[in-house]
Design a protein around this ligand. Sequence first.
Ligand SMILES: C[S@@+](CC[C@H](N)C(=O)[O-])C[C@H]1O[C@@H](n2cnc3c(N)ncnc32)[C@H](O)[C@@H]1O
Length: 494
Amino acid sequence: MASTPAQLVLQTLQYRSTISGYSSALFKAVKEMYSFLSLSSFPSYPPPTPPPPLAIGHHISTYPVNDHAITRYTMLYTSRHRKYHSRLSESISYPVTGVRCRDAQTRPLRACLGRNLKPCMEDEKPIKLPESYAMNGGDGTCSYAQNSSYQRGAVDGAQELIKEGVAAKLDIKQLSSSSSLNRFCIADFGCSTGPNTLLAVQVILEAVEQKFKSEKLTAQLPEFQVFFNDHILNDFNTLFQSLPPERRYRAAGVAGSFYRRVLPKASLHFAFSSSSLCWISELPEEILDSNSPAWNKGRIHYTGARKEVSEAYALQYAKDLDAFLHARAEELVGGGLMALLIPAVPNVMISSETTIGTEIDLLGSCLMDMAKMGSFSEAKVDSFNLPLYFPPIEELEALIEANTSFSLERMEIMNNPPKHVAMPSVRHRTLFLRACFEGLLENHFGSHIMDELFKRYSKKVAESSFTMNPDNDKSIFMLVLLKRKSESPETDSP
Ligand SMILES: C[S@@+](CC[C@H](N)C(=O)[O-])C[C@H]1O[C@@H](n2cnc3c(N)ncnc32)[C@H](O)[C@@H]1O
């Protein structure tokens, strides 16, 4: 009797499983297929006789190790309704003369399943970060606008430092000498949807106004222009709807990555960024490469991972920060100021000891739990990583000082409210993470798992003796105040 497509898929999985010694992962995959297809006769373990050698959509990569070949193959099985769609990756070692992928073998099955069989070759591309992503928009329960009290604490904590910095370091004469100062431009890089960006802008504007007053230049007070920058997917509508009607500045949105130049050269007088310079521009390739020692299997971040993983993140961060400083150096006028509030970790800490590390670890463990329960494959978790890096203070300082376009005017640990004050309950802590990471998670795992994922996360946080303990919260913010050097220092000399 001819086999149905479903049976063919099963036979193929079983056949493959005999090659690799019928590993538990393959066994689980076969079992899942049976249960999804409501087939009652789940085969015995191991299968009595190998079924015919059929291959389904799969990708085999082979590389030599001594006289053996290591083969990594990935199989895809998918349902007609796309309800069940998963990949299964397996590495096996066998003599070089062993099994080979023959394209012809896939044809019978492709013919049976038709369009519903998605070739694995397409699916096996390394999963990279989307070009643009954003915090949760709107002002609903899970929005960033409603769940950014911790980040607001950083802006609040920086108010005095910004006022002092502007009073001491903003040189109005120097600024006026490089251009007629009838317009003072401020930009917030990584503004999100508010309300924190609106507070930051107000603080900077008032500090500059105060500086003009203190120098008895009130009559020359310029017009203020504020640029709000974020990724193109940021919910700029919510931000612009919440602009204060009585504001004393013109507002404009500037969409695009701040790791490139987004404003005209020498057009900016004050650059600001808060809670944003921990987001790296892309994931290091090696953490997604199963052949690399930096492959981040079973984790979604570098905390608790092999040192190669955190080194890869650190390298990407260094490249990104350099690109950020380079772009801002082009945009700022000589004498222009830049205040950065950067999430970091103390020098003596390893990031797994900071609360943010353990929070991300908890989230990763929830994803692994769901993978083990069959919601998606473990490979799906392996290919997901959060693009976040928290530099130790000394590393941050060295990176900043490497850029010669700026003078470092001030750098210190901020006194912002700790997490247990800014977010006292488990619910706050859960929504804080959800507002920031949901977009990226949805993009990778689908929106249907979000409620369950964060329910599990919330439970783990509540049960964790570590996460909610204030003594364990070692996350810090660094305030960095930089001044753009003039292009040609020799013209400044008397
Ligand atoms: C945690 S939010 C901080 C928002 C706001 N500054 C605050 O203090 O509440 C980080 C923001 O940085 C943005 N971001 C991250 N990488 C970016 C990039 N390369 N270019 C522009 N925005 C970026 C994110 O989209 C997000 O809106």
